[in-house]
Design a protein around this ligand. Structure first.
Ligand code: PEP
Ligand code: CO
Length: 464
């Protein structure tokens, strides 16, 4: 892995024969690519991908570089990352109310974390492009009928009919458009002052206002606003960044033709960037060392996340570190561990040790969702608040005991009052899940549960 050329014309600065051919935006096609849909009409696919390649990018390289610098600071313990959003965005969710509510819950959580940890929070949405999903099987059979499985709105539709399940290349363009619409609205809200920390009272609490957390949240909000006013009064200047909380976008870089089409060479830095999002990540099912996703991601200049699960051994994780960050660049690699509450204490020390041994700098982020998915007796996919919290507590504890810094958290959440995860202050039980369960894929924390979790983390992290 040490001989991998990162850019065209550069082979590790030496004349050595590379172990692998040079990277290009399409070099992943020479590797096995998991989780890619099969399209019936290759000409229609080529037309859609070509069109996508001509459209302007959704983000720009300056923003990607800024995020990388901030992640480098987080690696040094100076910042904390809050990454969250839907398991899968849907095209129907691209509506002003839902986007605003998602932004609001992420802002409120970041405010609570900022207040508790006393350090700047990097806000990263799982949005504006989180439209493609890995699945455990290629097909699904119901009553003797076998159809392709639903792979997210970027690929096909959830309805169980042959037409709806047929992968449609045009959806790549529809997904790109919705990603752009979503980020455009997020940017406009923030530029317009939606995220102004002087007025967190505008981020009204909605249905959480009757919860036991409302008072605590209001105190945090007014304490931050007071501190800002005080600082600005004595310094005579505005605290610029605080009044315009920036937001970054992220999604799983799963559908490689989509990612490739938005990959651009930027002459300014002489590097390639994936400009469909700021922070692409590699999911656990597509993290094989010799696979197409690792090949694609090693050549882009974005910060890159990788999910790390309990079945990955030291050699695998170390291989990922070398393949994805051979130059040991700060801010480049984010390892998102998702062990499950049961495995966290046992697995994390070895993981931290083996990454340390590579000398590759990483930002550690805990995803307490994906290792804690279970099915109720009634067959409903859920996650229990107490398991999510237990994994977080274990993660903070293990990192602290090993002199390592847990620099972020990764959640599946929504700004809506859904009933998909159990537990939390309002004590949702298994029987309540039927009330408003909307997710087609993984169960998300609702608004109240997400805010409560932020409050719990702020406490746990302070003592860590
Ligand atoms: C996800 O983040 O939705 C996901 C599929 O996670 P993982 O790759 O960790 O299973
Ligand atoms: Co998920």
């Amino acid at each position: 892995f040490f001989c991998i050329a990162k850019f065209p014309g550069r082979i590790n600065g030496m004349n050595a024969v590379p172990l692998f051919p040079e990277w290009s935006p399409s070099s992943w096609t020479s590797r096995p690519a998991q989780q890619q849909p099969t399209y019936k009409d290759p000409a229609a696919l080529t037309r859609a991908v070509d069109a996508l390649g001509r459209l302007p990018p959704i983000v720009v390289s300056w923003e990607v570089d800024a995020l990388k610098r901030q992640i480098a600071e987080a690696q040094r313990g100076e910042r904390f990352v809050l990454q969250g959003g839907d398991c899968a965005e849907t095209f129907a969710d691209c509506d002003s109310g839902q986007i605003a509510r998602k932004l609001k819950i992420l802002l409120q959580m970041s405010l609570v974390l900022l207040h508790g940890m006393k350090k700047p929070v990097i806000r990263v949405g799982r949005f504006a492009g989180q439209y493609a999903k890995p699945r455990s099987a290629d097909t699904e059979t119901r009553d003797g009928l076998t159809l392709p499985c639903y792979r997210g709105d970027l690929v096909n539709h959830p309805g169980f009919t042959p037409v709806e399940r047929e992968p449609d290349p045009e959806l790549l363009l529809r997904g790109y458009e919705r990603a752009a619409l979503t980020l455009n609205f997020v940017r406009a809200l923030i530029d317009g002052g939606f995220a102004d920390l002087h007025h967190p009272e505008y981020w009204d609490l909605g249905f959480v206002q009757h919860s036991p957390l409302a008072d605590q949240y209001r105190q945090i909000a007014s304490s931050i606003a007071d501190s800002l006013d005080f600082f600005e009064a004595i310094s005579g200047s505005r605290v610029h960044e605080a009044s315009r909380a920036p937001f970054y976008a992220s999604h799983e870089a799963l559908h490689l033709l989509y990612e490739q089409a938005q990959t651009r060479f930027i002459p300014r830095s002489e590097r390639w960037y994936n400009l469909s999002t700021h922070l692409p990540w590699i999911g656990m099912r597509t993290a094989d060392l010799g696979g197409a996703h690792v090949e694609y991601c090693r050549g882009i200049s974005n910060p890159v996340g990788v999910k790390v699960g309990p079945s990955m051994d030291a050699a695998w994780v170390q291989g990922l570190c070398h393949a994805l960050n051979p130059d040991k660049e700060a801010g480049r690699l984010v390892l998102i561990h998702r062990m499950g509450a049961k495995h966290a204490e046992a697995k994390l020390p070895g993981l931290i040790e083996c990454v340390r041994a590579t000398g590759v700098p990483v930002l550690w982020v805990c995803d307490p969702m994906h290792g804690n998915t279970e099915t109720t007796a009634a067959g409903v996919k859920t996650r229990r608040f107490e398991n999510i919290l237990a994994e977080l507590e274990a993660a903070f504890k293990v990192h602290r005991s090993m002199g390592s810094y847990l620099g972020g958290v990764h959640f599946e959440l929504t700004g809506e009052d859904v009933t998909e995860c159990t537990g939390g202050a309002r004590g949702l039980a298994d029987a309540d899940l039927a009330k408003d369960y909307r997710s087609q894929v993984d169960p998300r924390l609702n608004y109240g549960q997400a805010l409560e979790l932020a409050m719990r983390i702020a406490t746990v992290a302070r003592s860590a």
